[in-house]
Design a protein around this ligand. Structure first.
Ligand code: ATP
Ligand code: MG
Ligand code: MG
Length: 349
């Protein structure tokens, strides 16, 4: 059997490793940390820096294919590995998703709608962008933001300087604030043969920029859900993608805007573990291993709730009977940190 290499050993890497084990595959994770969550369930290269050429070489030599569980793998790391083992999804998917301006430019090239936006490299740029886009708006660092970090809301032009300081004067994009009715996401996979399998869109509720709950099916018009799936397919094909992607959308009336995509398994796809025979983790492993994709249809409706910070310590009070419980085994509980999740399924509506 083959060995899958995963860059990143967080909860996503851990759940990927568990899925791979069920398929009879070995996994090596590569992570800079001393005791990442995935290290408990597979072979781990720990305290391994992404710019350590020797460690990367040893990792590449031990695996048959490389994938990743977080989108901020340095481009140089992916390039160094690409010469030694196949890397899925492709480097271009990493590059596009790592930079919000590149990402929005990519969507524009495909004719896929996003919020109005403008690149911002200085306070002067920001003032000009506010004058063009208007308020309310959201200033986001181009790189390295997650869980709503690196963002500042702007409700009036005089807040420009404060927002620019709040994001550390980093290269950024200004986005018009979208008065959405709902946020949805599509989790989908593309196989090495170009086949695509998409899960039904879920509706996502965020709190303070962090995903709190995903509800499936998303209560949006059928045409909107179908368009979201088709848009996801176009993104996958344009990138010649292999693996699972998570694409986040804003829904306003019948209008659909792409917010961002993650070139990996996605928090809003965790419900697939309980509600689908082939979940997003198994689907990703199948894709990167060059296996045929499985059937991603769901047999149940589902609600997934994240356990954030000390909520994980209170899971017994929060989980009902029959709730799927997932705890990530993180060494340290911190406020705002994703420590686990719960999924409740019910008969398909
Ligand atoms: P993730 O953890 O999903 O990677 P992130 O830090 O990359 O998050 P975004 O997805 O860009 O951040 O934003 C987080 C949340 O903030 C969104 O899901 C949405 O609820 C809200 N948000 C972001 N941009 C906008 C916008 N332009 N208009 C309205 N709400 C927005
Ligand atoms: Mg993001
Ligand atoms: Mg997001």
């Amino acid at each position: 059997g083959s060995t899958i290499g995963i860059l990143g050993g967080g909860q996503l890497g851990r759940m990927l490793a568990i899925a791979a084990a069920r398929l009879g595959l070995r996994v090596h994770v590569y992570d800079p940390g001393a005791a990442p969550p995935a290290a408990e369930v597979c072979h781990a290269h720990t305290r391994a820096a992404f710019d350590d050429a020797a460690a990367l070489g040893g990792f590449a030599a031990a695996v048959d294919v490389v994938t990743f569980e977080f989108e901020n793998v340095p481009a140089a790391t992916a390039a160094a590995l690409a010469g030694k083992a196949p890397v899925h999804p492709p480097e271009r998917a990493l590059a596009v998703s790592q930079d919000r301006a590149t990402e929005k430019g990519f969507m524009a090239e495909l004719g896929i709608a996003t919020a109005p936006w403008q690149a911002v490299d200085s306070l002067e740029d920001l003032r000009a962008a506010i004058a063009r886009i208007g308020t309310p708006a959201v200033l986001k660092t181009r790189r390295l933001g997650y869980d709503g970090k690196g963002q500042a809301r702007i409700s009036a032009p005089e807040e420009a300087a404060g927002a620019w300081a709040a994001i550390g004067e980093s290269p950024a994009v200004l986005e018009g604030f979208v008065a959405f009715d709902a946020e949805i996401s599509v989790i989908a996979a593309r196989g090495a043969d170009g086949a695509i399998a998409a899960y039904d869109p879920g509706m996502n509720l965020h709190d303070g920029g962090i995903l709190r709950r995903t509800t499936v099916p998303a209560p949006v018009p059928r045409g909107v859900a179908q368009e979201a799936v088709l848009t996801t397919g176009r993104i996958l094909n344009a990138l010649d993608y292999v693996g699972v992607i998570g694409v986040e959308f804003f829904v306003a009336g019948r209008q659909l805007l792409v917010n961002e995509f993650a070139p990996r398994v996605h928090n809003s796809g965790h419900w697939t573990i309980e509600a689908c025979v082939i979940d997003q983790f198994a689907q990703h492993i199948r894709a990167v291993a060059g296996w045929p994709l499985g059937d991603g249809s769901r047999h149940s409706d589902a609600v997934m709730e994240n356990l954030i910070g000390d909520e994980a310590d209170r899971w017994e009070a929060l989980a009902g009977d029959g709730c799927g419980l997932h705890l990530y085994g993180k060494a340290e509980t911190r406020p705002g940190r994703k420590m686990g999740h719960l999924t409740r399924i019910s008969p398909k509506s």
